[in-house]
Design a protein around this ligand. Structure first.
Ligand code: GLP
Length: 243
């Protein structure tokens, strides 16, 4: 694992965007695995800036997002479809047919999960997967549990995730209880992984996930077994690392 320590959120975002940009410059038809949450917003802002400056062309990429809430329509302002349009896709004029987010309003979630796994496979797999880190160690919406889920699947969100994400909804009752997420197997199949973490609130889980035992109780810990992981964090998020 490669740890890149930056001074603050802005520097973390620039560094992460540069890593994504270098991937796309070297392989313009890359498949980018994308993430939501507050952490990658600055990374997307930087990518938009690079595209507007003429330094980056995203028109040849395909994207596949990690996850989506069950029951939120694509135009719901807390859906991950909406998030991605708002923070990236619409701002860089990305052809939406090249973008993919699991469909949380599918009438048949199991079929939707199978479709999503096949889609990623048919695209040739993910070249670079961007990840945030949940406070309980989740990646995508793979919550702490007894095993590592393989493919895209339906999950029941834990109380801690519902609480953490309730800040974005009017009231806690509005937070969906379920989501569709790429599995740990799907994430681990990405050729490269880029994790972004910032803030003192992530310091303990950064240490536990990346220096502690590999266990499905801390889903991100499996990344220790991936051959090409880069973790870009600010000084606060890295403050408990022993190096
Ligand atoms: C959500 C997303 C995750 C994300 C996590 C952390 O639950 N499903 O993909 O990594 O939150 O979010 P934040 O970056 O806001 O801390």
């Amino acid at each position: 694992m490669r740890f890149i320590r930056t001074n603050d959120y802005a520097a973390m975002s620039r560094k992460a965007a540069n890593i994504i940009a270098s991937q796309v410059i070297l392989k313009p038809d890359s498949v980018l695995g994308l993430a939501t949450g507050s952490t990658p917003i600055g990374t997307y802002d930087e990518l938009v800036r690079m595209v507007n400056a003429g330094d980056l062309d995203l028109s040849g990429v395909h994207t596949a997002n990690l996850d989506e809430y069950v029951g939120l329509t694509h135009d719901h302002d807390q859906s991950y479809h909406y998030f991605m349009n708002q923070h990236l896709f619409s701002r860089v004029g990305l052809d939406l047919s090249r973008t993919n987010v699991p469909d949380g309003v599918s009438a048949d979630p199991a079929a939707e999960c199978a479709r999503y796994d096949k889609l990623i496979k048919d695209l040739g797999g993910v070249d670079l997967q961007l990840l945030g880190l949940g406070h309980n160690g989740h990646i995508g919406f793979n919550e702490p549990q007894d095993d590592f889920p393989k493919g895209t699947h339906l999950v029941d969100l834990t109380e801690s995730t519902i609480n953490a994400n309730s800040r974005l909804f009017e009231k806690k009752e509005d937070v969906p209880r379920q989501a569709l997420t790429m599995g740990i197997g799907t994430i681990m199949a990405a050729r490269k992984i880029l994790v972004v973490v910032n803030g003192a609130g992530k310091a303990a889980i950064v240490k536990e996930a990346f220096c502690g035992p590999v266990t499905p109780k801390v889903p991100a810990s499996i990344l220790q077994f991936h051959p090409d992981v880069t973790i870009v964090g600010d000084a606060e998020a890295f403050s408990q690392l022993p190096f």
